[in-house]
Design a protein around this ligand. Structure first.
Ligand code: GLC
Length: 632
């Protein structure tokens, strides 16, 4: 059962699509405090209770013992000391003594102290007093999740080819670089469906433009790639370059479509192209306008996009950098002692994504000027909604691949997400695994991490182990940052090991796709923590390195360097399957702990008794897969 509690005049986030009768705070089931500018509520947790949720967030599947903040943040260091990542997914589920789900539908900052201050107490604090809170009760945790998901609407389903293997890098600077990626993958016999175009495909990082010198006759180039079975996926950034004569900027400026400052002038900040203006995605008219800009690229044959820098990421604001430069100029020739030097350093270090800048931005919501801080967590979600709404209008559902960096619940209906700028760290295999069920609970089914890790240099074994997790994630994309070691599969010794792992993905695509569609249609989860399926099993309850997948199986990737296998816990008797290229090795294992050996070119999978996983023959592209083989 879902009950909705409303306070003040909430901004309509469009997260929930079902209608519920609102109740006042009088009957709100938790202890709470309402002040002039904040609302907080508290509940206690029994020692064995588990708290799930928060979607894309740091730390474990069980969120207890830390303080999290829902505040979409452009932060490339996903260490365990962080409180926020790029998304704001305000759903939590307390499971144990009692089962209860809470969705805080409120687009400003929310702080979740889940046993950080007092280990038995959860305190949720909203930076504002206009909100809807939905409290969901049900017999079992999975019932609560399903009911919540039914309230927020069906998850986005991408085109089938989006389940193929995808290669990205910042950047493949020109057509030759893209061609060489495809050629090398083909030569190595490694399947591939997509190649990504990072910011350098644009002319001076201007959205909806093409760098003609790097990609001459782009439309025919795209068509040529499509004939080869390859989809090119360009990036779109939130900031629009401020440049006279650049159509998107000129038009946005003339129509008053950009975010404003208090004095009514455009808010301006530097991102990749230098100074940018920021479309006011909170305004439906602006969304329509921006969404239609994607036509420039769909007209050239593009059918997939990734939306980036939409928290929004701000390197510096024009006002902020002027102040900082003035400060530096005034100090020229001075003897900078400890405090003056660090103060100056902090001024420059604090320029990016500054709270002062976010507070200076205004949106137009139904004719009212609304401060950005009140709607911060909707900005990126609404950018993606702009695109999603256009794609659906123009092409129908599920025709265009779309995923975003920043997100809020509701965006799961029109796009997927990726988990942003992770690192080539072993610990990130696990961090990314843990986000999968949490994101699923919040509606985001099409998701995945940068396989191999984005920042820093990857090692061959890390990329292979990361890929062996990615074999199961709906988005299977290898992506890495500028200046880091190349990490395409063919770059390393024994590329056939990469082929073996990626071919396993292609063998599983019909199964993974059907599992995905079923999860979307039934408001289910693709990935579940073991604790949700085996709530009475004390080992399963604490297992955070394995996941249940669909109704049939369990995954348990190797996540440590120099390990020739791992310890795995089987909550029931299962068949241990090692997949590698077309090779399948099986071993029956009993419930309990086992050490299993997994070579670098193998993908481990555990299948429940009486269940079957269909496999088809691998192919170089998804379009060449024989789906009937797997289904028949
Ligand atoms: C951001 C994105 C990353 C991309 C880079 C350059 O850091 O998260 O994926 O490669 O920008 O566009």
């Amino acid at each position: 059962m879902i009950k909705k509690y409303t306070c003040g005049t909430p901004i309509n986030t469009e997260a929930v699509i079902k209608t519920f009768q609102s109740e006042g705070l009088g009957s709100f089931p938790f202890e709470h405090t309402l002040t002039e500018d904040k609302f907080s509520f508290t509940f206690t947790m029994e020692p064995d209770d588990i708290v799930y949720g928060l979607g894309e967030a740091p730390r474990g599947i069980n969120k207890r013992g830390w303080v999290y903040e829902s505040y979409c943040s452009d932060d490339p260091f996903h260490t365990e000391t962080k409180s926020s990542l790029y998304a704001a997914h305000n759903f939590i589920l307390l499971a144990g003594g009692k089962n209860i789900g809470v969705f805080v539908d409120f687009p400003a900052r929310v702080r979740w102290d889940i046993g950080y201050t007092r280990q038995d107490t959860c305190v949720v604090t909203l930076d504002g007093t206009d909100f809807d809170i939905y409290v969901i009760t049900g017999e079992k945790p999975l019932d609560i999740i399903r009911e919540f998901r039914a309230a927020i609407g069906k998850s986005y389903v991408p085109p089938k080819w989006a389940f193929g293997y995808q290669q990205s890098r910042w950047s493949y600077h020109n057509a030759e670089a893209v061609d060489s990626v495809i050629e090398n993958y083909d030569k190595a016999g490694i399947p591939l469906d997509c190649v990504y175009l990072d910011i350098d495909y644009m002319d001076s990082y201007k959205d909806f433009t093409i760098n003609d010198a790097a990609f001459p006759d782009f439309a025919s180039y795209v068509e040529g790639k499509r004939e080869q079975g390859i989809h090119l996926i360009p990036i779109i950034d939130a900031g629009v370059k401020k440049e006279d004569g650049y159509g998107v900027y000129e038009e946005g400026k003339a129509k008053g479509y950009f975010c404003k400052k208090a004095d009514g002038s455009n808010f301006e900040a530097g991102v990749w192209p230098g100074v940018c203006a920021f479309p006011d995605f909170l305004d439906p008219e602006v969304r329509r306008w921006f969404g239609e800009k994607y036509k420039t690229l769909t007209d050239m044959g593009i059918d997939g996009f990734w939306n980036d820098m939409n928290e929004p990421a701000l390197f510096y604001s024009v006002d902020g950098i002027e102040k900082a430069l003035d400060k530096a100029a005034a100090l020229k020739g001075e003897n900078l002692d400890l405090s003056r030097f660090f103060n100056l350093k902090d001024t420059f270090m604090g320029l990016s994504n500054s709270q002062e800048d976010y507070s200076s931005i205004y949106h137009n919501i139904g004719g009212e000027q609304v401060n950005h801080q009140r709607v911060h967590n909707l900005y990126g979600a609404n950018m993606t909604k702009a695109a999603g709404e256009y794609f659906e209008r123009e092409f129908g559902k599920g025709k265009i691949l779309m995923f975003s960096r920043a997100s809020y619940i509701g965006a799961h209906r029109s796009s997927g997400i990726w988990f942003g700028d992770n690192h080539s760290w072993w610990s990130h295999i696990l961090l990314n695994l843990k986000m999968l069920p949490s994101a699923n609970m919040c509606g985001f089914l099409y998701c995945g991490a940068d396989l191999g890790g984005f920042n820093e240099n990857a090692t061959r074994d890390l990329v292979l182990r990361f890929l062996a997790l990615g074999v199961f994630t709906p988005l299977m994309r290898n992506h890495s940052a500028l200046g880091t070691r190349d990490q395409e599969g063919y770059r390393f010794e024994r590329p056939e090991d990469f082929r073996d792992v990626i071919q396993v993905r292609y063998r599983l695509i019909p199964y993974l796709y059907d599992t995905f569609v079923k999860a979307s249609e039934t408001d289910g989860m693709i990935f579940r923590p073991l604790s949700l399926d085996y709530p009475d099993d004390p080992v399963a309850r604490e297992c955070e390195t394995q996941l249940m997948l669909g109704d049939e199986c369990m995954i348990a990737p190797v996540y440590e360097q120099n390990a020739s296998g791992r310890t795995v816990y089987l909550p029931e008797d299962m068949t241990f399957v090692k997949l590698s290229g077309e090779r399948v090795e099986k071993q029956e294992l009993k419930k309990g702990l086992h050490y299993v050996k997994v070579a670098l070119n193998e993908v481990p999978l555990f299948i429940k008794k009486g269940k079957k996983i269909p496999l088809c023959k691998p192919a170089m592209r998804t379009r060449d897969l024989k789906w009937e083989e797997a289904r028949g």
